[in-house]
Design a protein around this ligand. Structure first.
Ligand code: PEP
Ligand code: MN
Length: 355
């Protein structure tokens, strides 16, 4: 249940509402007060509240509306917000701003990891020339083995900021720990929370509270259900950041021929269940460079609001995820095809029927 607080409600009226709710729910169940864009809302799990309790709540002067949402995730659900969330990325003083979720698919691309200045700048220029709109690059890398390249850390963030200055592309980069959210948010235009951290609740809360208004792209956990994923997104939104982007990056399966299984069914399903934008990552989903262009088209055809792709000037020499990194030439084709697919889906090439 989501209680929308009346804008003009005074502090005593608000305090009274919270007090009544506290009494009704007991102390064991948390109350979350969230500022969601221009609205202030209180979200509670109301499974034990009866009709009389609801009527009492409705009569409170601080209450503007009560929205009952049946799913366990509330604020991110379409039932609460029917209109799709449109996210503005990038400060125009620093880069060319980009809109995610506004109907035109966005391509984000770049290396898995920032390796050095030359590699990043060469890739960033190629990303720009290909027509992609956001530069990706990992500075803090979650690696399966502790002996693999772990990323350049802060130096990687500095290099990303330089690449943004040179190309005008907004940047997305991963944050792995709550203590680094503020620092990463100083540099990044979008914070990425990786698959391995999808259920790192302290990190989700920090991304909700301390991301300086920067959007967060939340990747699906390695074997997470859609509901677990939406509840993870709910943590970020409930903690105060409504700008969350979901990213399908494939889920674990039994077949070693691909790295993961790209669950494209989740794309139209998510559009039903949530108002948040959905991005597809065919690089981590397939693990194979030659499959990335086809699955990029498939992602857009499924209705994704954009793609995130790994690209490297010399993929076989990449320090991280080279097998799934496409070349700048392949990226150029994927961007062209994405734009064509978007026009196709807009109905531009439909024959005109004469009645
Ligand atoms: C990445 O984007 O480089 C990454 C580590 O992705 P994931 O968290 O999806 O594995
Ligand atoms: Mn990677």
């Amino acid at each position: 249940m989501i209680i929308v607080v009346r804008k003009q409600a005074g502090s005593e009226e608000r305090a009274r509402l919270i007090e009544i709710l506290g009494r009704m729910l007991g102390t064991l169940r948390p109350l979350t007060v969230t500022h969601m864009r221009e609205r202030e809302v209180v979200t509670v799990d109301n499974s034990n509240l009866d009709a009389q309790a609801l009527a009492t709540l409705r009569q409170q002067p601080a209450v503007e509306d009560i929205v009952t949402v049946q799913t366990p995730y509330k604020l991110v659900s379409r039932a609460f917000q029917p209109a799709s969330t449109v996210i503005e990325v990038g400060d125009s003083a620093q880069c060319q701003p980009v809109t995610i979720g506004g109907g035109v698919p966005v391509v984000m691309a770049g290396p898995c990891a920032v390796e050095n200045r030359e590699q990043l700048l060469t890739t960033a220029r190629a990303v720009k020339d290909a027509g992609a709109q956001v530069l990706r690059g990992g500075a803090f890398k979650p690696r399966t083995s502790p002996y693999q390249f772990q990323g350049l850390g802060l130096e990687g963030l500095e290099l990303l900021a330089q690449a943004r200055e040179i190309t005008g592309l907004p940047i997305i980069t991963e944050v792995m720990e709550p203590a680094l959210v503020t620092t990463v948010a100083e540099y990044a235009d979008i914070l990425q929370i990786g698959a391995r951290n999808m259920q790192n609740y302290p990190l989700l809360l920090a991304a909700g509270r301390q991301s300086r208004g920067k959007p967060v792209m939340l990747k699906r956990g390695l074997s997470s259900t859609i509901e677990e994923w939406l509840l993870a997104a709910e943590y970020i939104v409930a903690a105060g950041n409504p700008n969350v982007i979901l990213c399908e990056r494939g889920v674990r399966s039994f077949d070693p021929l691909t790295r993961n299984v790209l669950d494209l069914t989740c794309v139209p399903l998510l559009h039903q269940l949530t108002h948040l934008p959905v991005i597809v990552d065919p690089s981590h989903a397939t693990g194979r460079r030659e499959l990335v262009p086809t699955m990029s088209r498939a992602g857009i055809a499924a209705g994704a609001n954009g793609l995130i792709l790994e690209v490297h000037p010399d993929p076989d020499a990449a320090l991280c995820d080279g097998k799934q990194s496409i070349t700048p030439e392949q990226l150029w084709t994927v961007v062209q095809e994405t734009q064509l697919m978007a026009r196709l889906m807009n109905g531009e090439f439909l024959p005109e029927y004469v009645a």
